[in-house]
Design a protein around this ligand. Structure first.
Ligand SMILES: O=C(CO)[C@@H](O)[C@H](O)COP(=O)(O)O
Length: 231
């Protein structure tokens, strides 16, 4: 079942080590078939060098494996939750890319300090709460989707305008209309996280981009006609 999607998800997972976004077996990529309400995700704990398209696991929106010989990624509950609650998402990526993880561990948003950021993220990339002891103990699996969706709701951020989050004490999740766009967003997040770190070392002055610049660069890339001051 979903053989083409398995091959595609395998190819997107293999981009993570090539883009220096993961080491060993860390991270994971999934893609959804919304007509079937199923998604395909990488198997848990399998070295990328040994992984094959047939190893990909098919799961339902409750995160239950419906096809595949291997266990699905340990982050499957988070992917399932996000597909269920963020209905425009077509693909999801989780990495342990060091600069984005540094911001997640410090509990600091990745701020929009330049046009490199604004071309992909329409504002700061938010850091979520960490799962509470109760949330971790109540859910058998480790579902950070709860805190991700809570962050976007509480901060009134459109999850497709800012297709990324830093899960506190864990690391980045990114998403997009497709898994390849989610991988692109993961790499851009890592690049701008490193740029922000150095920028904030160079100056203590506030250097967030003004809203009109954010509008211009974001809308230019996403096709909405925005001119300075107008939308
Ligand atoms: O963050 C973690 C473990 O703490 C996971 O995201 C691993 O990085 C990938 O786990 P699998 O996808 O291989 O289960």
């Amino acid at each position: 079942m979903l053989e083409d999607l398995k091959k595609y998800v395998y190819e997107q997972n293999m981009r993570l080590p090539k883009l220096n976004l993961v080491n060993f077996t860390w991270g994971n990529v999934s893609a959804v078939d919304r007509n079937k309400e199923l998604f395909v995700i990488k198997p848990s704990g399998v070295d990328y060098n040994k992984m094959k398209p047939d190893d990909m696991v098919v799961c339902d929106f409750d995160g239950k494996a419906v096809e595949g010989d291997l266990n699905p990624s340990s982050d499957t509950p988070t992917h399932a939750y996000l597909y269920k609650h963020f209905k425009k998402i077509g693909g999801i990526v989780h990495t342990h890319s060091p600069w984005a993880v540094s911001f997640a561990q410090a509990g600091i948003d990745v701020p929009a300090l330049g046009t490199t950021h604004a071309d992909t993220f329409y504002g700061s990339v938010p850091v979520s709460d960490a799962l509470t002891k109760k949330e971790i103990e109540s859910a058998y699996e480790y579902n950070t989707g709860v805190v991700i969706s809570r962050t976007f709701k509480e901060r009134n951020i459109d999850y497709m305008d800012v297709p990324a989050v830093l899960v506190r004490q864990h690391g980045p999740f990114t998403w997009g209309e497709t898994a390849d766009k989610a991988v692109y967003n993961a790499k851009v997040l890592e690049i701008v996280s490193e740029m922000d770190y150095h920028t904030l070392q160079l100056t203590r002055k506030s250097c967030e981009v003004p809203q009109f610049l954010l509008d211009k660069h974001y809308y230019r890339k996403h096709g909405r006609n925005a001119y300075y001051g107008q939308k």
